[in-house]
Structures are given as C-alpha cells and as structure tokens.
Write a protein that binds this ligand. Sequence first.
Ligand SMILES: *Cc1c(COP(=O)(O)O)cnc(C)c1O
Length: 399
Amino acid sequence: MSITPLMPVYPRCGVRPVRGDHCHLIDEDGTRYLDFASGIAVNLLGHSHPGLIGAIQKQAEQLMHVSNLYGSPQGEKLAQQLVDNSFADAVFFTNSGAEAVETAIKCARAYHQNAGDEGDANRFELITFANAFHGRTMATISASNQTKMHHGFSPLLEGFKYAEFDDLESAKALMGPNTAGFLVEPIQGEGGIRPASVEFMKGLRDLADEHDLMLVLDEVQCGVARTGKFYAHEHYGINPDILASAKGLGGGFPLGACLATEKAARGMTFGTHGSTYGGNPLAMAAGSAVMDAVANEEFLAEVTEKGERIRSRLEQFIGNYPDLFELVRGKGLMLGIKMKIESRPFFVHLRDHHQLLTVAAGDQTIRVIPPLVIGDAEIDEFFDKLSAGAASFKVPEPA
Ligand SMILES: *Cc1c(COP(=O)(O)O)cnc(C)c1O
C-alpha cells in the first residue's frame, strides 16, 4: 500500500506543530515559529488564550453536545451576541465555512422559492465572481470559477454564473429572470487579499434593492474583527441580506454561522434546514468567548491601529526590494503583499529558513494574517524575520 492513512489531498510541509504559545507554534522537534498565518485566519486570540480555553473547559464539563431538538440557552446567547453586533436578525450555526456558505445559498434560493403564493422556483441563480473561494463542498466549488477545484468532480451544481470581480457592469450583464442574488467576498482571501471597491459593493446593493435580489456576502475569511470592523462590509457603508461567517468565529473551535435579516430568512421555516452538530453547546461556548474578547470598540480600534502600523512599515520595507515586491493591500490585520514573482517560493523560504509562517494566495500574493492579539514584540519579530528573509532570498531560476 502506498496511500498514507491521512488521505493525501494536502501537500503537507515539514512543520509539525504540537503546541501553541500565544502567537508562536512549537514543532515536534522544538522549533518555534512566529505564526502570521493563524490557521488561515482562524486563531484570532492566538493559541493559548485563557478566556477561550476556560470557556471550552467549563462547557465540556457541563454539557458538550445535545440535539437541536431541544432548547438551546447556549445557542440563544451566541445568536443574540451576533445579532447585537451585526445587521442580522437571525443566525443558523454550522461547523465550517463551506457549510455556512451552503446555508447562505439555500437561504437566498428559499427567499424566492418559499415565498408562499409569490414563490418563484425559477429564481435559483447566484452571480458570483472570478477567483472567489467559497469552500470545497459541491455547491461551494460550483460557486467558484476556479477550474482547478472542479477537476474530477463533475457535474457541477447548476445555478452559478461568474462575473468579473469588482466589475459592476459584468455582474449586471449576467442578470436575468433566474437571478436570485449575488454572492461575493468583500475582500477576496484565497484570491490574493483583494478588497472590492466601494462603488462596486454599493452598486451590488443598489441592484439587489432594485430587483428584489439577495446580496449574500462570504465573510468567512474577512469577518469577525479581522479587518478592524466586526464585519468587513461595514467599511463599505452597506448591509447584506445574508452573510456567511466562520474561521475566526470559534477562535480555533470549528464553528460557522449564516446570518440573515428577517426578510431574507423568510424561506427558512420549520424543517427546511438542519445540522446534527451545528450550534452544539461546546461550539457555542467557544463562539461566545471569542465574541466577549473581540466584539467591542476598543478591540476593533486596536486591530485597526496595529494593521495601519504594519501596513506603513510594510510599504517602507517593500521599497528596499523593488524587484521582489509590488504593493501592499488589505484592511486591518488582513494584509497581502503582492510580489513581482510567484509568491510560493518566498513563502516557503520564510517558513523553512526564518521560522515565519505566512500563507501564499492567488495573484502572486503573500497573506499576512496574524492573530489579532499580536503586540509590539510580535510585530518587531515579524519585521526582523521578513527583512532577513528578503535579504537571503534567491529568486529561483526559471526551469
Ligand atoms: C476558508 C473559506 C471558506 C471555507 O471555509 P471552510 O471552513 O474551509 O469550509 C469559504 N469562504 C471563504 C472566503 C474562505 O476563506
């Protein structure tokens, strides 16, 4: 047998973390890495946050899991926290980002199709955007135009049309009698930390209002305080109808959520949707502990301030290496360095030779997505490692 017991779908690297210590990861052999990847924008509070650990320990002792057939004081608490801190009137809890997007897609379709006598079964299409990433389930790969995720999994699910990102005219051109809404990341994550423009986001909101369409935001990566607002759409002065959230929401505990306005949730009635684990007491305790830590003005202001500080230092820094780096973009602590070459070799170099963990993304970009609790010491260490990494990096020869 040559297959590994872990199904080999990931090209895993040699870093094998066994312990986390605030903003560092410690490998099996004791090597310490500075973690500016955060489990891909998950570990908002770092790796050993007493509040989060305590909440999970306490809840695990009291009650880990019960069925959604029973009342849920823990779920009501977290749902209320999310409603109080967002545009939403109601929340459905999931275990992952892809499931949160799945729920959002179902919610948008049901808005049109389960609308009583007005119900229109032809309104099933969502207009999505080039280079989006929405997850790895059949619906969420179908929602992305990235063919590398489709290969071997046909047929795709019907009902998605791909427009150009940040191009309102291209979205408009795809609208028709089957359109149910738009599905978009306000800041593309995997696509290379690409923020949409204000005109684009406002334009989608206006189109949705004019044509009674659902504006569905995928904030799985950019949401939950990452950009210095609780949700990133707040930077744009618009609200969605439906929003998918996950990654940072559980701070490392698997947790996602689909948030909706009362109007948008009109089709999600008894029996239309469900999940065995979704919203279980343990996940709810983790989510509430994260909300207690991040959903307040002081914390968000600190994220903004740290983000601006890193960004201006990055902008200075890249000026020293005009052959390597092109620009810095993003918001808050969701930053991307666009390179002039493929970003993967540099990301590997930082990891293997300077013990600095970042994440490569599309469009030749390196993602800088640290825990939101970093302090001056971690920021200085980041720039020390990044500078040393850039100085020692040899651009690979073309093959
Ligand atoms: C990571 C991600 C997802 C998928 O989340 P999973 O928890 O991996 O299912 C969906 N959308 C965006 C924008 C993401 O970054």
